[in-house]
Structures are given as structure tokens and as C-alpha cells.
Design a binder for this molecule. Sequence first.
Ligand code: DQA
Length: 143
Amino acid sequence: TRVLVLNGPNLGRLGRRQPEIYGTTTFGELAGQCVEWGHAVGLDVEVRQTNHEGELLDWLNTAADEQTPVVLNAAAWTHYSYALLDACAQLTAPLVEVHISDPKQRPEEFRHRSVVTAYAVDVVAGHGTDGYRLALERLAAAL
Ligand code: DQA
């Protein structure tokens, strides 16, 4: 089964970005691991990252058209983008929300809300980049 692992803003700098919060695994390393973790559970994984909200919306709209399952780390858009909410609402195949940190445990109020969760079959947060493996396993289980 083909699966998209979609990543929002600033996640391209993983490994260099606030490593005390997000760890030292680079985005390129994580992308390679996701492909391997996917294969292990029978998924054909494609990993993407964008800093442009419209690009993420286009990817989600295509995923809706093609009924493609999605693992989504929408990063900061998670907390305030109603366009993202509307795009997630249109998905018909399972969606798993993933975060490297646990936004609900972080001090900033704005991180405590997610517009994605209502449309997700599962949320994985606070497991570092290994959380993507859990997310892919939960997606495989939901399929
Ligand atoms: C994040 C958490 C968000 O609050 C933050 O804006 C991110 C990354 C995470 O993976 O922990 O950019 O989604």
C-alpha cells in the first residue's frame, strides 16, 4: 500500500533545529528510516516536507482524490490552520498525526490545540523521531 509521510514547516532542519527538543536525527536520515519502517509493515512510503502551506494543502487534496493513507506532522500549522483542518476533513483513507515532541506538555499555550486530531485515527507524540515508526505501524494496523 502506498503511504505519504507529510511534514510541515521547519522540519527540513531536523537535526540542527533545537536538538534539545527535536533530537539530532536529520530530516534526510528520518526520511530513509521511514521508508525502511514502512517496508517492514508492508507499506510503500514516500516522505515529503514543505515550508509552504499551499503545497501541503495540494498534497492532501491529491491524497483525498486518490484515497492515499497519510502520516502527518503539520508542525506549527497543526495549531492554527483552518485550511489544514478542511483538507484533513476531506481524507477518506486513514490519517495518523505525529509529533516529535509532545506539544500538549510544552509551555506554550498555542501548542495545546490541534486542528488535525479530530480527523486522525491515532496520534503519536513525544516519542522523538521514533514516533514515525509507531505512526507507520498504527497506520498499517488501521488499513
Ligand atoms: C512539532 C510540534 C509543533 O508544536 C511545532 O510547531 C513543530 C514540530 C513536533 O513534531 O513536535 O514544528 O509538530
